[in-house]
Structures are given as C-alpha cells and as structure tokens.
Design a protein around this ligand. Structure first.
Ligand code: DGJ
Length: 729
C-alpha cells in the first residue's frame, strides 16, 4: 500500500495529522477536523510546522515528534528513558516502518515502528482514532534478540505526549479522598511541568482521572478542551508541560503513562514492555463535548453492558458484618417487594470475618455463620426472581487468616519486615502463580457453586512497599506485575463465566479507570451516599463514564459517612442518574418509605433506557450551590433533568437556566415529576411554568428551553426536582 508522507486520521469531528518525517514522525495537528486535506493543505501544514530557530538554541528548527527525546533538541519529559548499566541513556529513535489503515468503525489507525540502535530496542507506537473522535495511543518497547550488549535494558518510564496550542492556558484535573472522590481542581497553565504521580498501586481516591487543558474559562457547555486519560489501574503519571521554547510550533504537551519504579521493568533480549493505552480527546463544545466522546467510545465497545441495568440492593450499610440468614432473608423479601432486581451480599460471609481485622484470604463460606452455606439465601434470592451478587477483596489478606499463616511468603512487603497494615490488611502477591491460582480457584468455585451473577470486587488499601522476594532473595518492585496479574485474573474469570458481571470498588471509588473497566462492568463511585456529596461525585465521575457504568445507591436518611440527614426525594432523585441501587436496611423502613422506594424503582425502570443510552448534559449555572444535569435521548425527543440545590446562595433567583441538549427548533412538552415527593422551596410561589408543569404536561418550545432558558425555583438547600421533557407529537 502506498503510504503518503502525511497521514490524516479523521473521525468524529477530530483530525490527527502526522507527518511521517525522519528520523521520527511528528504530529502536525490534533484537534478540530480539517476536512479531507488537499495536497496543497498538506504542503501548507508541513511548511508551517517549521518554527523559528531561536537564539542560544539548537542550530536547526526544533520539532516535537511522536517520540520526543533529547536527540531532537527536546528538553522536556522524554517519551522514554532508560539505561544499560548506566550506558545508552540518550536514545536515538528512527522510523523504520509505518502502517496506516481504516478501522471498521469508521476511524483509522496508524502504527509506526521506531528503531533505537543506542539502547537496542524497537518501539511500536499505535495511534487509533475511533469513531467517537477519541485517540487511543499505546506503545510497545522490545529489547532486541540481537542486542549487541549484555544485560537488561532498565526502562525508566514511557510517556505518551501530544501537543497543545498556546491558547490551552488552563488545566483541570482531579483529587479527592475517601468519600469525596473526583474533586475538580483548576489552575492556570504555567511554564514547567504540572505532573501528577500516583504511587498507590491503584488510581486512588485522589486519582487525577482525566487531565484537561483548555482555553481559559472553559465550562461544561463551552470552550475548547484537550484531555487525556491513562487506562491503567496501577501507578501512573499525568502531565502538562510547557517550556519557554515551546514544543516545535506547538506550545506545550499533554500526556501520561505508567509510573515505573527503578528496576521495575528490566528488558532481557526479546522481552517487551507494553504501555497502558492513553485516551486523548479534543472538543470545542466544552467538558460535555469531551464527556460525549468518551461515553460514545465506551458505549461502542462490544463488551459494554447492553441490557437493562438491574436495580441493586447491597447489604453493606443494611447489616455490615452482622450476617444472619433470617435477617437477610427478610431484607431480600422487602427488596423484591419494592422491585429490586439484584441483591449483593457484601463483606462478612467468609471464614473468620466478624469484623475488618480478620479473614481476608480465607475465601470459604463461614460455617459458623452460614451452617448450610449460602445456599438458603441464594435460593431465596433467586426464588424471588432477583440476581445474586457476592463481595470479594481478592488481592488482600489479613495476617489473622489461615492463608497468611500458611503462606506468609505470598504477602507483598519488604524483607526488612512488613510495614504498617491499612484497614488491618496487607496485599497478596498476585504475580506469584500459586497465589494467583488459589484466588482464581476460590472465586471460580464460589461463583460456580452459588450461580453468582455479580461480583463486587473491592480493594481497600494503598500498596506501600509493594515488593516481592525474587529467587535470589532480593526485593523487587511489584506494582506493574501485580496490575498485569489482576487483569489476567479478571480475564480468566470472565472467560470461565461469560455472563458474570463485576464491579470495581476500592474503598468506594478508588479504582476507577478504563484499564479495569475493560474487564469489569461498573464502578462504585464512592462510599458516600450522602446526596450533597454524591451530586458532585457523580457529576465529575461522569466526565469520563456514562451513567450505566457508575453505581449510584440510595442510603439511609442519615448518611452513614457524613451523618447529614436529607430528604427521601433528594436522595432518590440523586441516585436515579446512574446504575441505581439501595444501600439501606429496608426492614426498618416505614410503609410510606417502602412505597416511595417502590415508586422510585418504577421511575428507574421507566427512565433507564433513556438514562443509560442518552447524552449526558450539564449546565453552567454560574452558581456552585446549584446543579443542573440531565440525559437527553440521542434523537432529542425526550430528556430527564435534575435541578438541585446543595446550599443557599446570595442570589434569590436562578434567572433563566438553559436545559442543554434539546433541539432548539423542536416543540416540547414539559412536566415536573413528583413520583418520589415534592421538593421544598424557599419562595412564596414557584415560577409560573413550574406551577403549571407540576405533574401536568406544559408545552414549551425548544428555543425557550435550550436557548433562552427557564427560571428555576429557588429550592431549599439539599433539595432536587425532576423535569421530564418530551417532543410534542
Ligand atoms: C469498602 C466498600 O467501598 C464498601 O462498599 C464495603 O464493601 C466495604 N468495603 C466492605 O468492607
């Protein structure tokens, strides 16, 4: 096939243009679609990719290649670093092969092979632009079998970098803690590197999650933004870096990769290191535009959950460790009555697990608590027509367990002695084949025996001093191998039980990434079910993930994690916008509460086809105390919005708020749904349209709803209102 010197990948309104320059190709453009490039346009792009030669600088124009190193005069973070016993520290990559082909989904792929004779490695870099406009970049670094020098190539790190223009002057990324995951933080892009490194052995509650650079002031609905997500569940890094001399004709770079510990990857002849995929997306329609691309990409996966997401009841906050067949059977009965479709038995069912100090690793049903095994409960749950789910924390071990007593060598930790426990637990070395096989056998056996439909896969501590003893007795870094072994374990389970669904939980939302989601079916966003916190956690988790992948449960009126008391309607409306569930003791609910939960379950069933397939939209209200978000059908004929107030504001009126995503030329009718109660408000009377639309259809044109906007009621704090919109027929 004839390969042009300039390759254009085009899909989903995005263009990526790569010049197959030598020695290393360059990205000439990443961003808005440029249309099919004519020869003249290609020539113009190439000509204008030549920057000025600066004073006190290399005597040739500096270019930013797809694999930047010092060889091209790049003084920023290199694409790869490494050494051969202190030598070969200055790589000299050089293009040797290129493949370019269209993809079945309408996207396109470009694969470039680079040879680095200095370090004796070959590098294969893949750019895959999918129909959604998300560019997936990965690389494989292979130490040649013909390596001239002895020894292993110590890979220091590999970063995938793409260029940013100067107008991308503001950065958004995320931080957080247990019960407050994905808290956004913004800052101006300055000179130097803004680097986020994760050394927890998992993305963590403070995961950077998605690093976005944009034209300052970008919002949900406006502004040009560029973002990257590292699809990896181990240590990782994200960066934006701006040098005074720029990056060729670009201003800065955005990227990331796996964070490698010294010595973690030492390539012998013929061995390959594969980077995680970095997903890059661009949009000129603000953060919603970016989210749209990620949601489209995820929904196009063959493994994406397609059927209705079952309404779930998780037993954790209902009974904690107090497992008792009668109590749980009664809970299952109440659950079935109100329309729950899946019951998940959380922590506490296995040997010795009466609290969180013991038992992890002993994955056998505790005969003292469950004398007949789980069969009576499982049969009861299945008999009620519900699916059955079971909690595991397979990568963890308590010292107070038979497993730890029998296999202390399976525990990750320094030969100088184990460091402090966290939640009384340590980490099992999954890269140890025997440990891996034991876990697979145990989970597999229980899934098979009890016809388990769903696993809640937990992970409640950071990995510290994650080293294992090698054959010579030396401590070696383990996080990379642990992550690969975890993926292999999940893959093996899925292969044995293709219908099994798995949730990624990590003390709440501590392991939310597209690496784990390539093998699991949803994430638990947070242990915090307090709707005030949850509104924000879900809003930002949705920046990457569509609602059907994000567990959202209703907790008790008094939140167990914040002790805040909220109304039923606020909690129920908040939990509707995800894969909904319940995290409460239904046997203690009043008949009125159960009736409301049943109405909510019906509402969830009514709206989940829309919520789990439509486009997520979020409004820029200009007031942090209010949130408007919704989901709009792809054909824009229906939508469901949530208007909520978290706290009071100085302003008494919201003014006109736009309902984003509708067809401005369309005719709609609107009604406020009060199935789960009326929100209370801080006003003598609601805006006229709200009064009229209270459970009654009211005609309003798309132009008014989405362009001029409508005045919202001034709700009391911690209240929410549901607005249903349908196209008029
Ligand atoms: C942490 C999880 O996030 C909770 O939902 C619960 O499963 C506990 N672990 C159980 O120990």
């Amino acid at each position: 096939m004839h390969v042009p010197k300039i390759v254009q990948l085009r899909a989903g309104g995005t263009s990526v243009v790569v010049e197959l320059a030598e020695p290393v190709p360059r990205v000439l453009h990443w961003g808005t679609d440029l249309g099919e490039l004519s020869d003249d346009a290609r020539a113009a792009l190439k000509l204008t990719a030549e920057p000025a030669v600066l004073n006190n600088s290399p005597d040739v124009p500096r270019h930013l290649s797809i694999w930047p190193t010092e060889a091209e005069g790049w003084s920023g973070t290199p694409a790869h670093e490494g050494h051969l016993d202190g030598t070969a520290t200055a790589p000299r990559p050089c293009l040797t092969d290129t493949r370019h082909r269209p993809l079945p989904d309408g996207g396109a792929e470009l694969v470039m092979t680079l040879a680095d004779d200095v370090s004796d490695v070959d590098i294969v870099v893949g750019y895959r632009l999918g129909a959604s406009g998300v560019l997936a970049v990965d690389a494989a670094v292979t130490r040649r079998t013909t390596a001239r020098s002895e020894g292993r190539y110590q890979l220091g790190g590999v970063s995938t970098l793409l260029p940013l223009p100067r107008r991308a002057g503001e950065i958004l990324d995320f931080t957080g803690k247990w019960c407050r995951e994905r808290a956004p933080q913004r800052r101006p892009l300055a000179f130097g590197g803004h680097v986020r490194e994760v050394r927890r052995g998992k993305p963590g509650h403070d995961s950077p999650y998605l690093m976005v650079a944009g034209v300052p002031g970008f919002g949900f609905r406006y502004g040009e933004v560029w973002g990257v997500h590292v699809a990896w569940s181990g240590n990782q890094r994200y960066l934006v870096e701006q040098l005074p001399e720029g990056a060729g004709v670009h201003a800065a770079v955005l990227g990331g990769g796996e964070l490698l510990k010294p010595g973690e990857i030492a390539l012998g002849p013929g061995e390959t290191y594969r980077t995680p995929i970095c997903h890059f997306a661009w949009s000129d329609a603000g953060l919603d535009g970016l989210a749209d691309r990620f949601h489209d990409m995820l929904r196009a996966r063959p493994e994406h959950p397609a059927g209705p997401r079952p309404l779930t009841l998780n037993t954790w906050e209902a009974v904690y460790f107090d497992h008792d067949l009668d109590r749980l059977t009664a809970l299952a009965d109440r659950a079935a009555e109100i329309g729950v479709e899946r019951l998940v038995l959380d922590d506490g069912w296995f040997r010795g697990r009466r609290d969180d100090t013991a038992g992890l690793g002993d994955w056998f049903v505790d005969e003292n608590v469950w004398p007949q095994g789980l069969t009576p409960l499982v049969d009861h749950v299945h008999g009620l027509g519900m699916q059955f789910g079971l909690w595991f924390e397979p990568e963890m071990i308590n010292l107070e367990s038979r497993l730890a007593r029998e296999h202390p060598d399976w525990i990750l930790g320094s030969s100088a002695g184990l460091g402090p426990s966290a939640r009384h637990q340590y980490v099992l070395n999954l890269a140890n084949e025997q440990a891996w096989s034991y876990i697979l056998e145990r989970v597999d056996a229980l899934v098979g025996r009890y016809a388990v439909d769903y696993l809640k896969w937990d992970h409640n501590r950071d990995l510290h001093e994650a080293v294992f003893r090698d054959a010579t007795g030396a401590d070696r870094p383990a996080v990379h191998a642990q992550t690969v072994a975890l993926y292999r374990l999940l893959d093996a389970l899925k292969e044995r039980h293709p219908a099994l669904e798995i949730e990624s939980c990590a003390g709440g939302g501590g392991r939310v990434d597209l690496g784990i989601l390539a093998r699991t079916d949803r994430v638990w966003a947070s242990d915090c079910n307090d709707p005030v916190e949850r509104q924000t956690i879900q809003r930002w988790t949705g920046q990457l993930l569509p609602p059907e992948l994000v567990g959202a449960h209703v907790g008790a009126a008094e939140a167990h994690t914040t002790r805040r008391v909220t109304t039923d309607s606020f909690r129920l409306i908040t939990a509707l916008f995800g894969h909904a569930g319940i995290e409460a003791d239904l046997t203690r609910c009043s008949p009125e509460e159960l009736e409301r939960l049943a109405s909510w379950a019906a509402l969830y069933r009514e709206f989940r086809p829309l919520l789990h397939h439509g486009r997520v939209v979020r409004a820029d209200t200009g007031d942090d105390a209010t949130i408007l978000h919704g989901v709009v059908a792809r054909d824009r004929t229906s939508a469901l919005y949530c208007w909520s107030r978290l706290a009071t504001s100085p302003e008494a009126q919201s003014g006109r708020v736009r309902l984003p995503g509708l067809d401005a030329a369309g005719d709609y009718r609107v009604r406020i749904r009060t199935d789960v109660g009326h929100p209370s408000a801080h006003q003598a009377a609601p805006p006229a349209w709200v009064a009229q639309a209270m459970d009654e259809w009211t005609a309003l044109p798309g132009a008014v709803l989405s362009r001029t906007g409508v005045p919202m009621p001034t709700l009391n704090p911690e209240q929410a209102m549901l607005i249903e919109v349908r196209a008029s027929v």
